[in-house]
Design a protein around this ligand. Sequence first.
Ligand code: SF4
Length: 493
Amino acid sequence: MNLNEYARRYTCEVNIGDSIIGGEHPIAVQSMTNTATADIVASVAQIEQIADAGAPIVRLTAQGRREGEAFAEIVPRLRADGYRTAVVADIHFVPEIASIAADYVDKVRINPGNYRLDGDDLERLVEKCRRRGVALRIGVNHGSLARHIFDRYGDTPQGMVASAMEFLHRLRAADFNQVVVSMKSSNTRVMVHAYRLLVEAMEREGMHYPIHLGVTEAGNDLEGRIKSAVGIGALLADGIGDTIRVSLTEPPQNEVPVAQLLVEHFAKREGYFPVTHPERYSPTEFRRRTDILTPITHDEITDRFCVVEATSDNPTAEWRAALLDAEPSQPVVIRRRYDDADIETLAVRAAADMGMLFLDGLADGVWIDAPQHEPEQVRRIELAILQAARVRISQTEYIACPSCGRTLYDIEHALAQIKERTSHLKGLKIGVMGCIVNGPGEMADADYGYVGAAAGRITLYKGREVVARNIPQEEALDALIELIKANGDWREA
Ligand code: SF4
């Protein structure tokens, strides 16, 4: 990692249909459908909507044979409509489905947490991919590590990296290099540490696979955008990342402009900021630089804080160098002027610039200088950046998946309703997940879970324990609130 100036990590090129990622190619934006994949008409229409929004790569879930075989119709229909969009199949659990999908798609994503490595399934998949020119993504998720990895490392960034490396070693042994890797988590700190550790591990072994970035279960609205921008921005700022997906619990085409904004935002990072104390930096372990327990927003500044304003084209590196140079006991607020008229644009850019300084424990306060907006709105963004970087929790955290073809209820509506009733419960984490197969694992450390179990049916969790199964969606919100009350976590707004 070059701390002094922006340098994009060297990666090899991977072809995904007509798109090439890695090398000198621009960072590619992608998204994922949330239609039932076997519903060919709806899936093709949604891929086209996402492509029209500007994403050249679209992923669809393939949980069973029907979905795997659906690609035989989806891809030709898309091409007949004049779309060259690269199509990616997302596989969970069943190696056979990966093999079916690989006959039709441009890339297959497998999750090492639920893809067996004990037989020769992987090698057979690789041979098919090689024959058809299909790429593979090794997509590790924090919430679904394989049992043997979990037993050895727990659900840690180190475990995520070990999980990816097992697969990368097998792929290298098979001399297959059309490979992309990801390390997603809804916890931005875990996610950023995992990607940095992965880069270190790959560099040690001379591996240059391109990297796919994403924060899972980021939620929706301004807070969802900020959470993604904090995690993805912290890595793009150091030149890590060749393709990105911003996951939002919203219509998938909404993800595209946010991802495009992030790509544009990091396209120009100029300036040289020599770091005189690199030994003070701990990129893969969280350490606060000072003992100020709660980082502040701009309206909370008092005399003892020093303010460091970044004015260059690479504010993240500029602040990092200044903070590593500052007296270890001196609390520092980072400040920057943002002229954006659109509040969403401002939020994404500021979060992408500033988030890393909090994820790395370096800064003690945030000051977004944007007099064109209401002070309350600016403060909301500042608080959301601190919350996304996990250094100050000021509101309920929603760990909400973006939904996909496995989702059998209206998750967007459900999330909006749950937020309306529970957003005042500061400090609680509520998981709102689309499916019972992956949702419980991936809502990670949520205090309560609201998980789709079947069509229009919800299963409720307290921590990792099921407390009510298959209740009708119309009754589920009241039941969730009763559950929170019964556990003493409720308070009136
Ligand atoms: S948790 Fe959500 S995004 Fe993940 S597989 Fe289930 S429905 Fe799809």
